[in-house]
Design a protein around this ligand. Sequence first.
Ligand code: SF4
Length: 181
Amino acid sequence: MSVQMSGMWAEVLEKVKTWARINSPWILHYNSGSCNGCDIEIVATITPRYDLERFGIKLQGSPRHADVLICTGPVTLQSRDRLKRIYEQMPDPKFVVAVGSCATSSGAFPGCYNVVGHVDEVIPVNAYIPGCPPRPEAIIDGIVKLLTSLQPPAPATAETHDAQSPAQAAAEAATNEGESA
Ligand code: SF4
């Protein structure tokens, strides 16, 4: 196979991998010290009320199979090393979403004797979702914005303007449901 052909196949393979990653992200949920308020909202987000699995967003039990780590709460001394270990076990490319005021800015717990700080003081964070706790619509919106940022820029044609990814459809559906509730 010529060098040109192998380069072309590598490019196609990369495009397929990016497409799969955006349309079927597997998420891992970790509570690094949350009061459980944010966790309840995350659980609500994956229940049939919002049903993220329809759109390929699936909750995973193992960091080795996860693309996105969703972290709630301030990072406590007890959970700091576990959070680092979980992050290191995830395959590249990996992404972290900090959910709630505690995860994004330590919330009500800065300076607490057993709190290290917010999540990005321990591991890199790609998206921040503020709120105490944030509603499921906000969580979906944050994840969709993260996934949209991974999308390679598309050529500006009438077709691509009309195209909507499953993740964008999920966010729109969740927002519509929230408004009608
Ligand atoms: S942001 Fe609010 S609901 Fe979430 S863990 Fe902190 S105190 Fe609890």
